[in-house]
Design a protein around this ligand. Structure first.
Ligand code: IPE
Ligand code: IPE
Ligand code: MG
Length: 255
């Protein structure tokens, strides 16, 4: 514990996390991987790992919110995760319902606005209802924008955008020459959300696994070995510190 923490504790005040950083990424994306391995290491069923993972998510959401991150996008269930055994998929869906149901209570006062990104229509009805409810309820908040990617796949998202563009062209509302990056982005699920500045993947895997394929064109990557249920604010702080040292050139020259 540093001196600041001790002083803050003595004064009964919370440390201002924002002061720890010179610059905070506006948008952090996370691939929270390793729930299954976390459980396996302890001889527990994979679903226990998912439950612990959902608690880690709450901690990270609160940390990012206090740090002043504006957007946090979390990969919670991919279009490929349906390949897992039905019992695991069912448990994940129930956990997601539970997470959303308790979200406003557990993230109390954090002013978080929740949005779900992905093919929502392919999700169980109970989960769809919960999504509508929580998006409406938190829609007035103006703090951290928490985007939860559910039944999300980067390729599916790109195909979805292509189809939307094709419909506009076919109906005569859009000329082929008018299709540019801005137009294309407006057809993505993430329309209106800035591109991630920093992508964090846990569990030591170093791949993108079909996440935000278009949006991560110039995102900084940070891989950590911790399994997701073991992650807390300190790991996010380390990632932000590393991000601060990066030199983003976007194809241009050093600033
Ligand atoms: C990430 O943990 C959570 C989801 C994909 C839903 P995993 O379930 O992928 O855990 P590992 O990678 O098998 O350890
Ligand atoms: C990526 O993790 C998807 C989520 C975290 C939801 P996976 O565990 O599904 O990815 P792979 O199979 O290791 O690439
Ligand atoms: Mg995994």
């Amino acid at each position: 514990m540093g001196i600041w923490d001790s002083v803050a504790r003595l004064l009964g005040r919370k440390k201002d996390i924002k002061q720890e950083f010179a610059s905070i990424p506006k948008h952090i994306a996370i691939i929270p991987d390793g729930n299954g391995r976390w459980a396996k290491k302890r001889g527990l069923p994979r679903n226990v790992g998912h439950r612990e993972g959902s608690m880690a998510l709450k901690k990270v959401v609160i940390y990012c919110s206090e740090a002043g991150v504006k957007y946090l996008t979390v990969y919670a269930f991919s279009t490929e995760n349906w390949k897992r055994p039905k019992s695991e998929v069912d448990a994940l869906m129930s956990l997601l319902v539970e997470f959303l149901r308790n979200a406003e209570k557990e993230l109390d006062g954090s002013n978080v606005k929740i949005k779900v990104i992905g093919d929502v229509k392919g999700l169980p009805e109970e989960l769809q209802k919960e999504i509508i409810r929580v998006e409406k309820l938190t829609g007035i908040n103006n703090g951290l924008n928490l985007n939860i990617c559910l039944n999300y796949g980067g390729r599916l998202e790109l195909l979805h955008a292509v189809k939307e563009i094709a419909v506009k062209v076919k109906s005569g509302n859009l000329k082929i020459d008018e299709i540019d990056e801005r137009q294309f982005e407006s057809c993505l699920y993430t329309s209106g959300i800035p591109e991630p500045d920093l992508l964090i993947r846990t569990s030591g895997e170093q791949r993108i696994s079909n996440f935000l394929l278009w949006q991560c064109a110039y995102t900084e990557f940070w891989f950590i070995n911790e399994l997701w249920p073991d992650v807390n604010g300190s790991h996010i702080a380390e990632a932000i510190k590393a991000y601060e040292k990066r030199n983003r050139r976007f194809g241009g020259l050093e600033q």
